[in-house]
Design a binder for this molecule. Structure first.
Ligand code: COA
Length: 395
């Protein structure tokens, strides 16, 4: 967002943003170009996915993208894990929709996660709504979308689905598993569950277990969805989502993704033009939150939001494994833990606790005023840390 001469806020379009990225250091490096998501089924009725919640799925579609080539030994793969509302589209562009991947500045030829030497994989999580099996998928038993009846699952189930994908792709050893926020939870679970398969991991803006604060925020967001009359117990028609509730959930989350200083510096007490009557409040911050709510409603599903936030709330890397300090001490892989001092959702103390407990972890601070969202904004710093870490993994 820029200010014009009249001090009104002017919204940059994504095109402006992409042009800006293209001018930066990482943007000068290559792009993976046009990419396409693929889908495979990693379960069969004879080999179903048994979920931590007790249910099972006879079929599990996984939508994924890959960039670069797998080497003959099957050891140069890097798995990138997305956050709550993300997708498998981490890099490059789609032919149909010219939207760059969510970590495009970091993944590509000569970029920090260099696709000339690495085989990069990103998959939409189990329970997601971007091509993998989740609440919007058809339940084979009823022929209707699972909706609120999608069986309960956790981050460990997401990892098991990815493990089956990794096996199907012929990967023998993962050089690294990398993710921020919910992606960081997956990285931690991968390292704890599959020590023989994962050589290193990067956990960004995440803790060893979901805190009361983060669970509370998710709970309020879920209640916002459920308070919408269109919620209908989760049995809403696809075209009639509880838009108000989901938009409100996003607005609550957006506040937790930013920080006092970031919002104050960007919006302060700025107001919109008097002729704009579409909003109940004239403050720019209200407009910003409403905009992001509407944007999410267009691309995401309310049942999915509820299911994924519940999986995040259950995240606890020590659950069923023993004392947290002992569990962390047993995770022997090289690790890079990154935190953002202005992150109010997963405060830096949570990453420090990880670094203190993990025997081979190093800490890197992303200095940013933008809070939790820093892991989707501070590309230059992220690039420097990731490049250095990946060079160290097998050294
Ligand atoms: N009123 C209305 N809209 C506004 C606005 C205002 N006052 N100020 C900015 N906007 C719009 C911009 O026009 C722009 O629209 P576009 O995306 O359609 O082009 C959009 O807001 C830009 O968002 P902003 O948050 O300002 O971008 P950023 O560069 O600071 O951050 C992201 C980029 C991707 C991190 C951020 O947009 C986002 O989506 N954050 C949430 C991601 C997330 O889920 N994080 C947590 C995972 S657990």
């Amino acid at each position: 967002v820029k200010r014009d001469a009249g001090r009104r806020l002017v919204h940059e379009t994504w095109g402006d943003h992409a042009a800006l990225l293209a001018r930066t250091e990482h943007g000068r490096d290559g792009s993976v170009g046009l990419v396409q998501a693929r889908v495979i089924d990693v379960a069969t009725p004879a080999n179903p996915l048994r979920l931590v919640g007790g249910g099972e799925l006879p079929h599990v579609a996984v939508a994924y993208e890959t960039y670069g080539e797998l080497d003959a030994a099957g050891r140069n793969a890097v798995l990138v894990c997305h956050a709550l509302t993300g997708s498998a589209h981490a890099a490059g562009r789609h032919r149909q929709r010219d939207v760059p991947g969510w970590w495009d500045p970091l993944i590509g030829p000569a970029k920090a996660i260099d696709t000339t030497g690495h085989f990069v994989v990103c998959a939409n999580v189990l329970g997601g709504c971007y091509g993998s099996t989740g609440p919007t998928s058809l339940d084979p038993e009823t022929g209707r979308p699972y909706g609120p009846d999608f069986p309960a699952f956790g981050v460990r189930d997401m990892v098991e689905v990815q493990r089956r994908l990794v096996e199907a792709l012929g990967i023998r050893s993962l050089k690294s598993v990398i993710g921020g926020s919910m992606g960081g939870m997956q990285a931690l679970e991968w390292a704890a569950t599959h020590p023989g398969l994962v050589r290193s991991f990067v956990a960004i803006a995440v803790g060893a277990r979901h805190s009361a604060w983060a669970i509370g925020l998710n709970e309020v967001a879920r209640r916002a969805i459920m308070a919408d009359p269109r919620w209908a117990g989760g049995r809403y028609p696809v075209s009639e989502q509880p838009e108000v509730g989901l938009g409100l959930a996003r607005a609550i989350a957006m506040l937790s993704y930013r920080s006092f200083d970031s919002l104050e510096a960007r919006f302060g007490r700025e107001r919109r033009a008097a002729d704009d009557e579409s909003l109940s409040s004239s403050f720019e911050i209200a407009s910003y939150l409403e905009y992001h709510g509407v944007k999410l409603v267009r691309r995401f599903d309310a049942n999915t939001y509820i299911a994924l936030t519940r999986a995040m709330d259950d995240h606890d890397v020590a659950e069923g494994r023993g004392r947290l300090d002992e569990v962390l001490a047993a995770m022997h892989q090289k690790a890079l833990v990154m935190g953002i001092p202005s992150d109010v959702l997963y405060p830096e103390a949570e990453q420090r606790r990880l670094v203190e407990g993990l025997p081979r972890a190093r800490y890197a601070r992303l200095s940013s005023p933008h809070g939790h969202d820093g892991f989707l904004i501070e590309f230059t710093q992220l690039a420097a840390h990731l490049r250095r870490f990946l060079a160290e993994v097998d050294a």
